[in-house]
Design a protein around this ligand. Structure first.
Ligand SMILES: Cc1cc2nc3c(=O)[nH]c(=O)nc-3n(C[C@H](O)[C@H](O)[C@H](O)COP(=O)(O)OP(=O)(O)OC[C@H]3O[C@@H](n4cnc5c(N)ncnc54)[C@H](O)[C@@H]3O)c2cc1C
Length: 411
């Protein structure tokens, strides 16, 4: 433990915690990140596999032109790939004509437009309520909700999704988004392997119990994933039932990536994308040759991802291989082999991928983000009104919480 006595304890060293701790240090405050894992980045995580850096968590710089990580990664000397993402281009889908693919995309955007247009004075609805009844593409749109939000449409607040701000520009960091985020934390004071079990804010100083001992602080910034806050009513002493309830309204969806090596990759167009079965909800999305590399990024969302995580060790690979054989023929089975996979829902320090709001719970984001007694502050992607579920949203909430802490400690 670098020091058991600090001005601000930052609980969690993901995008939000790193952003907060850097801002606090710039302001001359003594901040310590308490991180459960042995690395920084949290749900931002680049590993090396098949000779390439791959992102098991965030990969896309969403809203890339205004995304602060774009500038940070560039300042680190990294390469920004500006190839438009597969979902923003017309890509060929086996089994569908170009006209059918265009019709599906139009139905998807129409659903998002209906969510954007939901009047403030009307009660919230689920996105499923806004589907065109009996619509031809409803199953696939539900599958896409699994990739986008981590859950099926019936679980998603239309108001919350309508608030999401997207500038429509999506870029990538060639060396890895997770790598850029973790490097931004280099040189900060961090206590690794220090899972926080209790935040006692009843006394004059805040006392934080960790797996490696007690830390005392004047203020704390809590950046834990909402699923973890919701799951532990005893995390705060005295208890903060408003926070537990708000976090429960913002569950983390299920999303996992499996990377496969692909032999004879040149036969495929780089950055192509195919759905395993465009007529099913329980189907994965396959990005062939990301960055032109000889691999496939398989994306699993919603109930399918949750079910596969509960299955046997090879469940994701077996599922992907059988869908790919269905798309590209029997000999495809011999062309792919597993490279890397991470099950985020089973990860004890995440318990899911990214937050969505249950119908009626869009305002829980503001409740979760609100400071307590001017010294316990909250950040993390689930606290963002408009950039939730993203690494830049997490970062911006971290900066905002740090500003609140700086102001409170200077008073
Ligand atoms: C598969 C997948 C794909 C994604 N794709 C994208 C994408 O393309 N673009 C995008 O912008 N975002 C994407 N995201 C979401 C993005 O990764 C997250 O929104 C963002 O990284 C969250 O940052 P955070 O700081 O809020 O939370 P986290 O990164 O989860 O940080 C919280 C930290 O708290 C730590 N912690 C947990 N429990 C404790 C404890 N008890 N004590 C101390 N520390 C603890 C964790 O280890 C973690 O480091 C994706 C996520 C996943 C899983």
């Amino acid at each position: 433990m670098p020091s058991g006595n600090v001005e601000v304890a930052v609980i969690g060293g993901g995008a939000a915690g790193i952003g907060a701790a850097r801002r606090l240090r710039e302001a001359g405050l003594k901040a310590l990140i308490l991180e459960a894992r042995g690395r920084l980045g949290g749900r931002a995580w680049t590993i090396q596999a098949g000779g390439f850096p791959i992102d098991l968590g965030c990969g896309w710089l969403h809203s890339a032109k205004r995304n602060p990580w774009t500038k940070i990664a560039e300042a680190q000397g990294r390469t920004i790939d500006r190839t438009p993402p597969p979902w923003a281009r017309a890509t060929s889908q086996p089994g569908l004509t170009a006209a059918e693919s265009a019709e599906m995309r139009a139905a998807l955007w129409a659903l998002h437009d209906r969510a954007d247009a939901l009047p403030d004075e009307e009660p919230d609805r689920s996105l499923a309520d806004l589907l065109e009844p009996g619509g031809r593409w409803n199953a696939l749109i539900d599958a896409i909700s699994g990739y986008y939000s981590g859950a099926e449409l019936a679980r998603i607040s239309a108001r919350d999704l309508g608030r999401y701000a997207d500038d429509g520009v999506n870029w990538r960091v060639v060396e890895g988004y997770g790598e850029a985020i973790a490097e931004h934390g280099a040189g900060l004071d961090v206590a690794f392997d220090s899972a926080v079990t209790r935040i006692d804010h009843g006394g004059r100083r805040i006392r934080i119990e960790t797996a490696r001992g007690m830390v005392e602080a004047d203020a704390a910034i809590v950046t834990l994933p909402s699923a973890l806050i919701a799951a532990d009513e005893t995390l705060f002493a005295p208890a903060l039932p408003d926070k537990t309830r708000a976090a429960a309204g913002l569950p983390l969806g299920h999303d996992d990536k499996l990377f496969l090596s692909l032999s004879g990759a040149e036969a495929f167009e780089p950055e192509a994308r195919a759905f395993g079965d465009p007529r099913r909800v329980a189907t994965a999305s396959y990005q062939l040759r990301p960055f032109g590399r000889p691999m496939i990024e398989c994306y699993f969302g919603g109930a399918l991802a949750a079910e596969l995580e509960r299955g046997s060790e090879g469940a994701f690979f077996d599922f992907a291989r059988s869908e790919l054989v269905g798309l590209y023929g029997g000999d495809f089975a011999r062309r792919v082999a597993p490279l890397a996979l991470h099950g985020w829902s089973g990860d004890p320090f995440a318990r899911g991928a990214y937050s969505y709001a249950l119908p009626g719970h869009a305002d829980d984001r503001a409740t979760l983000a609100a400071p307590v007694d001017g010294r316990v502050f909250f950040a993390g992607e689930a606290c963002s009104r408009e950039d939730f579920s993203t690494a830049h949203g997490a970062y911006l909430t971290g900066i905002a919480a740090a500003e609140q802490a700086i102001e409170a400690l200077r008073r």
